[in-house]
Ligand binder design. Structure first.
Ligand code: ADP
Ligand code: MG
Ligand code: MG
Ligand code: MG
Ligand code: MG
Length: 668
């Protein structure tokens, strides 16, 4: 998302009148771009990460940590380099590009930073990733006071509980009407408040988030939360909590900020053409839950230790704008409403398919809700193929939530604003990004979105680099990770479980080399497709060619531990070739890719440090941030083992995370 445009956003009663118009024109904008650039080819690998930060203020006297609001002022200062650069460019003056780009996020206590320019395609460029992340952290901190810090923490443990925000505001306000969150913490850009209000109004209730509480030795049971202002009577939705929205034995939350106030690490890759983008979109989707479980970092919500380790479902519920009929809690159907299974923040419901020959229609095993008219139009008038048309028609079952009055009538050949309105509010685990337009240098991109933000830049770099290397291995070795959508969803749920790394198995494809693997030099360049060689002497298959006839689609998946998925399975003795194909592990695949490229030894060793972190996460040797947070709280003297996080515990936790982040060494 670029610098946000300003305008007058329409409230829901007005906005909904224009929904059809936006959808119709959004599709025309999509088709205009698609048909002009669908054959765009030979774009280089460019890629970049996005890291979100919470700004925390430490108050050593009161032994309290609070989130610092009013970051829009800080972001304005951070953006100055970019603004100067753009102004110079307009005047024809050459200047060096900014080293980082800064964007506002949902919470005014948040900051988002990306590298100033995307990283290039040389393997050596990977060594600049962590440096860029460190630069960003230091740059953000340079605008902050000594007792304040930008921390890449996925979920703030005490959000909406007690004295948690600075300056202090009363909970409530007309947009979110929350029992816990003041509207003042929503970013002042008009987009964000309107988004919150319009989700609530479309849904016809406040959002409802219930996270199971972690039952510690002294947790009162059944747990009925004494910190909820059950009897407040200020806003129409105030009675929802006691009328069933707040569930027993759960931590209840009622506002978008609890979800969109979470931070994450996202990685966007440019593909060489549309087909490669579709392929990467599909192949990375099943890897999402795996990476989320390994990066698990968010066990605490609204002041309590909970029973989940990841943010995903919290965000999903926090922006669930489905009407009662759509979400299946009412049978009274209004207008042309349809049932919709998932929130607009959710995993993908269908694969895009590509020409890699691996995609099977059976993988799309959920009944996809899609707009049939839009689908027909995309197919017949637009010449879009079945699977892409269905994906777009699925995104377009949603209503546009924020419409700017000044931006209704647009030239569909000059902008994709209406398309992006829906695309950017379908928050899926993978995002297939349309190039901005025919004139743009930017090509087809794919965004990988499930990774949780890590305390340190070393960890964040490791996850980003591992995923980008995996994309190269997928393309070079022609890998097949397809898994049925329902299994991918099941994995995503398992990834949330407390200590999933050590406790859970995940579905993954048994044979990821359905064809003879192609091993060859990438020449130190991440973009070059390797030349096929007949080299079977490699760790991936132990020298055994894979017989394609052994592919039995029905029995292609197995449940494995994360250790097995990342580090590989031990080979079992077996008489037949097919059953001897133990799973090689994603880390050995990535290492094999590196070893087959002309990489210099120093770069190779430095990259290994990142791969090793992922390997150790998978064995449990390196704790997830989530497990570390749990252990920190459990061993804190002021914590009473009742699941409630005291201010002093939170303060010590945040101070320690601040030290860890500043030193860039995760000590475990
Ligand atoms: P959004 O919030 O919509 O996902 P951002 O602009 O915040 O998008 O982040 C996009 C990421 O993609 C950044 O890391 C950026 O460096 C990177 N990026 C920018 N241009 C390209 C490109 N042509 N190809 C791949 N990645 C790119
Ligand atoms: Mg962004
Ligand atoms: Mg964004
Ligand atoms: Mg963001
Ligand atoms: Mg993004």
């Amino acid at each position: 998302m670029g610098l946000l445009s300003l305008g007058t956003p329409l409230d829901w009663q007005e906005a909904k009148k224009h929904a059809e118009f936006i959808r119709k024109n959004g599709i025309e904008q999509f088709l205009h771009v698609y048909n002009q650039i669908k054959d765009k080819n030979r774009d280089n690998l460019l890629w970049g990460d996005e890291i979100e930060y919470l700004v925390v203020e430490l108050d050593p006297e009161a032994k309290k940590a609070r989130l610092l609001n009013e970051n829009y002022k800080i972001i304005e200062r951070l953006q100055q380099d970019e603004i100067d650069y753009l102004e110079n460019a307009e005047k024809g003056i050459k200047s060096s590009p900014p080293l980082a780009l800064w964007r506002p996020e949902y919470g005014d206590f948040m900051i988002e930073g990306t590298p100033g320019e995307p990283y290039g395609s040389n393997l050596k460029d990977l060594l600049t990733v962590e440096k860029s992340m460190q630069y960003r952290r230091n740059r953000a901190n340079s605008e902050l006071k000594k007792n304040q810090a930008a921390l890449s923490i996925t979920a703030y443990p005490k959000m909406g509980q007690g004295d948690w925000i600075s300056p202090h505001y009363e909970a409530g306000g007309k947009y979110a009407q929350s029992l816990f969150i003041p509207d003042e913490v929503i970013n002042p850009h008009p987009r964000f408040k309107t988004l919150s209000a319009n989700i609530r109004e479309r849904r016809q209730a406040k959002v409802e988030i219930n996270v199971p509480i972690f039952r510690d030795t002294n947790t009162p049971w059944p747990f009925i939360d004494p910190t909820i202002p059950w009897d407040r009577q200020k806003y129409p939705g105030d009675s929802e909590a006691k009328n069933g929205a707040a569930k027993e034995n759960h931590v209840y939350m009622d506002a978008m900020a609890f979800g969109m106030g979470c931070c994450c690490l996202q990685v966007t890759f440019q593909a060489s053409n549309v087909n490669e983008a579709r392929r990467l979109n599909d192949q990375l989707a099943p890897v999402g839950a795996i990476m989320m479980a390994l990066s698990a970092a968010s066990p605490c919500y609204r002041g309590f230790v909970t029973d989940i380790d990841c943010r995903w479902n919290v965000i999903s519920a926090a922006v669930d704008d489905r009407t009662p009929y759509e979400r299946g809690v009412s049978d009274i159907r209004q207008g042309n409403e349809r049932r919709i299974t998932k929130s607009r923040y959710a995993t993908i419901d269908s694969y895009l398919g590509s020409n890699d020959g691996f995609f099977q229609p059976e993988y799309n095993d959920v009944d996809l809700e899609y707009d049939h008219e839009i689908y027909k139009h995309l197919r017949e008038a637009g010449g879009v193929d079945e699977h892409l048309a269905r994906h777009i028609a699925h995104l377009f079952i949603r209503d546009p939530l924020v419409i700017f009055e000044e931006k209704l009538e647009l030239d569909n050949t000059a902008t994709t604003d209406h398309f992006e309105n829906l695309q950017s509010t379908n928050w899926q685990n993978m995002r297939f990004k349309l190039p901005p337009g025919p004139g743009s240098k930017i090509g087809w991109r794919v965004e990988f979105r499930p990774i949780e933000a890590q305390f340190t830049d070393f960890e964040n770099a490791a996850f980003a680099i591992f995923v980008v290397l995996l994309t190269r291995a997928i393309l070079s070795f022609d890998l097949d990770f397809y898994l049925k959508v329902t299994k991918m969803d099941e994995n995503m749920q398992r990834a949330h479980r407390r200590d999933a790394v050590n406790q859970c198995k995940f579905w993954f494809r048994k044979n990821v080399f359905p064809r003879r693997p192609v091993i060859g030099g990438g020449g130190g360049d991440l973009t070059k497709d390797s030349e096929p060689t007949k080299n079977n002497d490699n760790i991936l298959t132990n020298g055994k060619p894979v017989d394609m006839n052994d592919e039995i689609e029905q029995h292609n998946d197995q449940e494995m531990t994360l250790d097995e998925i990342i580090n590989g399975q031990q080979e079992q003795q077996s008489s037949s070739l097919s059953s001897s194909s133990h799973f090689p592990g994603l880390a050995p695949i990535v290492e094999s890719y590196l070893d087959s490229s002309n990489i210099d030894i120093i770069t190779r060793c430095q990259l290994q440090k990142y791969i090793d972190l992922i390997r150790k996460r998978a064995t449990g040797e390196s704790k997830t941030n989530a497990l570390w947070i749990r252990e920190f709280i459990a061993s804190h003297p002021d914590y009473k083992h009742d699941s409630f996080i005291p201010d002093s515990t939170n303060y010590d936790l945040l101070s320690t995370i601040n030290d860890i982040s500043a030193k860039n060494t995760f000590p475990f």
